[in-house]
Ligand binder design. Structure first.
Ligand code: ZN
Length: 166
């Protein structure tokens, strides 16, 4: 396993729609292992393939490890198939937009399907932070970042913060 460099917004690869994965090849297994290692080292709780420059539909997340034992999840070709009516707004950070956060509104509950690294299909309802994290990472696979999910006023404010940090 090895650490991979995390791309920083506005790298164009972070605004690109990623391609579905046809088969779980050794390269995909290595990618997943590298992404988990990179996520833990960052440290973060989610990382999507385009953030390490790979434009394929895979993300990793672990919403537990900062508070207890690790629970790594690898999601290949994930899709939201249903969502709750109630939205919640959370301050979301992103490893590709370091040092700032955006108040993003999303459904607090989603039903998501995906294939794991062993080829098992999953169909699960996610709530709480897992629901928010999964939607954030899935957005990356569609070339969408938090800045694309906020209004113009908040976007301008965050961009000013980003400029001040550079
Ligand atoms: Zn992100």
């Amino acid at each position: 396993m090895s650490l991979r460099p995390i791309l920083i917004w506005p790298d164009v690869r972070l605004s690109t729609v990623c391609a579905p994965i046809d088969a779980i090849t050794p390269e995909i297994r290595t990618l997943a292992a590298d992404m988990l290692e990179t996520m833990y080292a960052a440290p973060g709780r989610g990382l999507a393939a385009p953030q390490v420059g790979v434009l394929q539909r895979i993300f990793v997340m672990d919403v537990a490890w900062k508070d207890g034992a690790p629970e790594p999840v690898v999601c290949i070709n994930p899709a939201v198939v249903a969502q709750g009516d109630v939205h919640e707004t959370n301050a979301e950070g992103c490893l590709s937009i370091p040092g700032v956060s955006a108040d993003v509104s999303r459904p607090g509950e989603v039903r998501m399907t995906w294939t794991d690294i062993d080829g098992m299909r999953h169909d699960e309802t996610l709530t709480g932070f897992a629901a928010i994290c999964a939607q954030h990472e899935l957005d990356h696979l569609d070339g969408v970042v938090t800045l694309d999910r906020v209004d113009v006023a908040q976007r301008d404010e965050i961009l000013a913060q980003v400029k001040a940090l550079i």
